[in-house]
Design a protein around this ligand. Structure first.
Ligand code: IMP
Ligand code: MG
Length: 174
């Protein structure tokens, strides 16, 4: 392992937790139709592992957003790639890698609810940096792990687009 990384969650710990989450999400989906959406790019690795454990009528979709730099208070978000599925009348599960302040995520939720109008919108986030939350009232249905307020990489998460390919999640120590 690179010497500036310290493992926080091993491959095995992640695998076990993703399996547990999939059981709960399968219960929620039941016999209904669901659109499962990955928020690009960071959520892709988690999403791929989770999605293959889902059963029933699930559709795959992706959204890509960019925060407006210097506009954190409004949390405005630019949609770089929008959904291609129509989630009206379906359950929509938004899969995210990490929730930090919550500004970007809140704007994304508002966008999906008002523009795409799914039957229900639920959130599945792998990592929750709860201590650093700046936005009230985000209802996270499924959380993989609550982690300390430190910068993490791996399993899809990047630092300047590097380290997404690590199979584990690590703190970046320098
Ligand atoms: P926020 O919740 O609006 O503050 O933004 C969360 C976004 O910041 C995530 O989707 C990630 O792209 C990025 N992010 C926050 N914390 C980390 C981290 O520890 N490692 C890698 N990316 C992070
Ligand atoms: Mg992200």
């Amino acid at each position: 392992m690179k010497d500036n990384l310290q493992v926080l969650l091993s491959e095995e710990e992640i695998r076990v937790r993703v399996q547990e989450l999939s059981v709960e999400i399968n219960d929620y989906i039941g016999d209904d139709e669901a659109v499962v959406v990955a928020n690009l790019k960071g959520a892709v690795i988690f999403y791929a592992d989770l999605f293959r454990l889902l059963r029933g009528s699930v559709r795959m979709d992706f959204i890509e957003t960019q925060s407006y730099v210097g506009d954190k208070s409004s949390g405005a978000v630019k949609i770089l790639k929008d959904l291609s599925e129509d989630p009206r009348g379906k359950k929509l599960i938004l899969v995210e890698d990490i929730l930090d302040t919550g500004y970007t995520f809140r704007a994304l939720l508002e966008y999906i609810s008002s523009v795409h109008k799914p039957l229900e919108l639920k959130i599945c986030v792998l990592l929750d940096k709860q201590e650093n939350r700046k936005v009230e009232g985000l209802d996270l249905e499924w959380v993989g792990f609550t982690i300390p307020n430190k910068f993490v990489v791996g399993y899809g998460l990047d630092c300047d687009q590097n380290f997404r390919n690590l199979p584990y999640i690590a703190y970046k120590t320098s």
